[in-house]
Design a binder for this molecule. Sequence first.
Ligand code: SAH
Length: 485
Amino acid sequence: MVHRCAGFRSGRLCRVLLTVTTTHRPATDLGYLLHKHPDRVQRFSQSFGTATVLYPEATTERCTAALLLEVDPVRLARSRGRTSPDFSLGQYVNDRPYAASSLLGVAMADVFSTARAGRCASRQELADTAIPLEIGLPVLPCRGGEDFARRVFEPLGWTVQVEPIPLDERFPQWGESRYVRLRLTGVVRLADALNQLHVLLPVLDESKHYWQGPDEVDKLLRSGQGWLAEHPDATLITRRYLGRGGGLTRVALARLAELGDDVDESVEPAAEEEALQPAEKRVPLNTARHDAVHQVLLELGASSVIDLGCGPGQFLDRLVRTAAFSRVAGCDVSTRSLQIAARRLRLERMSERQADRVTLFQGALTYEDSRMSGFDAAVLMEVIEHLDPPRLGALERVVFGAARPGAVVVTTPNAEYNVRYEGLSGMRHPDHRFEWTRAEFAQWADRVAAEHGYTVRLSGIGEVDEDLGSPTQMAVLTRGESDHA
Ligand code: SAH
């Protein structure tokens, strides 16, 4: 394997390398998960050269896939558009010919795109499962060195081994280069591992090769699904990934907060990042939303609450910690989100009495389900916009027609407010199927209420813009007195 080519300077073809190893038996199933056959050497043309996947070892006990990049400086230069202001070919050729860099992140994203999406027709269960993995990055540019590598990978459950690489092995007195040899071991879902690398390789490198377009935010959120919003350094990672353009970083942070996960806004900003900070410290929208819905539930006097589409359970956790709620349930269609929720609630470590209070179950809001019935209040927080509009009728029948809680609290983005997010051209999240204006939401809520015997109260959550309203809109639908269903 060609990876220790320090001293290699101006050659046309350069190699960089990543290895992925599993000991999950039969280890050769790695070929299915990566959609690359262990017996073959496969090449994939990239805008900047060629990516090759081959398996240096493939036995039942242990299987390793290696990704090699041959970077052709001429093709790399030609692939640059006029929109790449800070690209410097000279820097590429001289400084980083052999290193695993953001180009590796790009090639990985392409070559393993199906694996990153977590899809595997023949081994879906395995693709959904955390398996023992070892990731090897023999020459990785890492600004911030060993400590930074640990700081980003350890919270994700990896055991991190980092070895600094000397500038020149023949002259140890020259000190260390900005490259490290990194080895990650852990029990992780392969798709998560690949997505984490896709985001974190350029973050460690912190050197933009690519002009960042608005879809970079979508890419980041897609790859970050299920781990980024929960990462203690989510803010720092987002800033480094998107580079110094403050607009995109702000959009990404706003949208990460939209996802309903923790984003630590308190990370110390570097001097050059100071400008990105909002003028005054605002309450993150996600927190404001939780506060508002929590307050409504208390005012309603609900004692049993179900969180429909609870996601990874952040709000559910708040419900569980509120003594006024004697029965709390969470439901989501995503088993992965439910697993995270269960971990967050420490469900397996709860006392029996506590555990009796809490139910977590998988269910789809478009299929009638008796487990959703019998609650004083239901929450649909940032959920309806994830359904295709033709499926919304099914949700209305299931929630308002069949489950019929005493009250339903619905929140959804206010599309009018989107112009306030600098650089945001589409919707706030790639998985949103629609985002409504205040008039559209009001119309929907009025109709649903009329059809199912509820009354509606509408309001906004978050900072109010005189013309555009608030970023989040909320409807509280309360079941009519005459209904004793
Ligand atoms: N309510 C949470 C999560 C919002 S994200 C919060 O505010 O933080 C939307 C959630 O809806 C996702 O977890 C998704 O899995 C879930 N979801 C989308 N469509 C669904 C459906 N048809 N049935 C159940 N859950 C669904």
